[in-house]
Design a protein around this ligand. Structure first.
Ligand SMILES: [Zn+2]
Length: 282
């Protein structure tokens, strides 16, 4: 490609990972011919060579056979080459003419600029996230809630679709029945459902479960006309989702489990910690 003219990678859906020239230094096929020869993703676009883990792009490569040790060293070099590349999920790939301050094209500089530019816009595009982004709960919890509401949590079903986990391993660890998609895990699962119901029972509130998690969020947090009440329901929503997620992770990654009563109690405790008052005091 002409010096200064380059591919600006957005969602990676219009650029072939191995064959196209989208990094300084040429095509990855030419930079890593050995890895290319054993890749199962020849001809694949960049967007098919990884997945979104929340806002972070994770590379996920597939090989025709297990790699030898010396090929693993090459793989490390490949990861190092890709280290500063960040995809932008809501922008298409395009050809651009771009120079950095020294007049030299720089892949990293524009990718970083794009990240800074695009993130707030994307967050702002979901009006309901304005409700989440209030600093009522710790930032990591806020961020996680946003992922959950926008369908970005890496559930087993999502990971299996991306080829990261075994296709048979998609069953919810909380009930061992349903497929672990976001809606099931956080809402429809009989385990999770008991947590929601416990809050309703203690609050003496009538409520019918709406369809999607986002509708559920709106129904749960916007029912009261009192601003303070809405804040309380907002924090309880975060406490419930967060504790369901922690329990799910503990079961998967540490093979430990707690009963639903403990999770309910923990969600009450988080509420108290974050808002500074008991959940059901007047
Ligand atoms: Zn379940």
């Amino acid at each position: 490609m002409i010096n200064g003219l380059s591919m600006e990678i957005g969602d990676g859906r219009g650029t072939r990972f191995w064959e196209d020239v989208w990094l300084r230094g040429g095509s990855l096929k030419d930079m890593f011919p050995r890895l290319f020869s054993v890749s199962n993703q020849r001809g694949s676009v960049i967007g098919d060579c990884g997945f979104w883990d929340g806002l972070e792009w994770r590379w996920n490569f597939q090989w025709r056979r297990e790699l030898f040790q010396w090929e693993l060293d090459l793989l490390n070099q490949l990861h190092e080459t890709l280290r500063l590349v960040n995809l932008v999920y809501d922008r298409e790939d395009r050809v651009v003419w771009k120079f950095d301050k020294k007049g030299v094209f720089s892949t990293n500089s524009f990718v970083q600029e794009l990240q800074v530019e695009l993130l707030p816009e994307d967050i702002a595009s979901f009006s309901f996230t304005r409700t989440v982004w209030k600093g009522l709960v710790p930032p990591r919890v806020e961020l996680f809630i946003w992922f959950a509401l926008t369908g970005r949590v890496n559930t087993k079903e999502r990971l299996s679709r991306l080829g990261v986990v075994n296709q048979e391993d998609v069953i919810c660890v909380l009930c061992n029945k349903g497929v672990e998609v976001g809606h099931h895990l956080f809402l429809a699962c009989e385990f999770s459902w008991q947590v929601w119901c416990a809050w309703l029972t203690f609050a003496g509130r009538q409520w019918s479960c709406p369809g999607t998690l986002k509708e559920h969020f709106q129904s749960w947090t916007e029912s009261s006309t009192s601003k303070y009440e809405r804040k309380r329901w907002m924090v309880s929503f975060c406490a419930i989702i967060w504790n369901i997620w922690l329990e799910r992770n503990m079961r998967i990654f540490q093979s430990k489990r707690k009963g639903v009563d403990v999770i309910i109690h923990q969600s009450f405790m988080n509420f108290k910690e974050w808002l500074g008052v008991d959940p059901f005091c007047c």
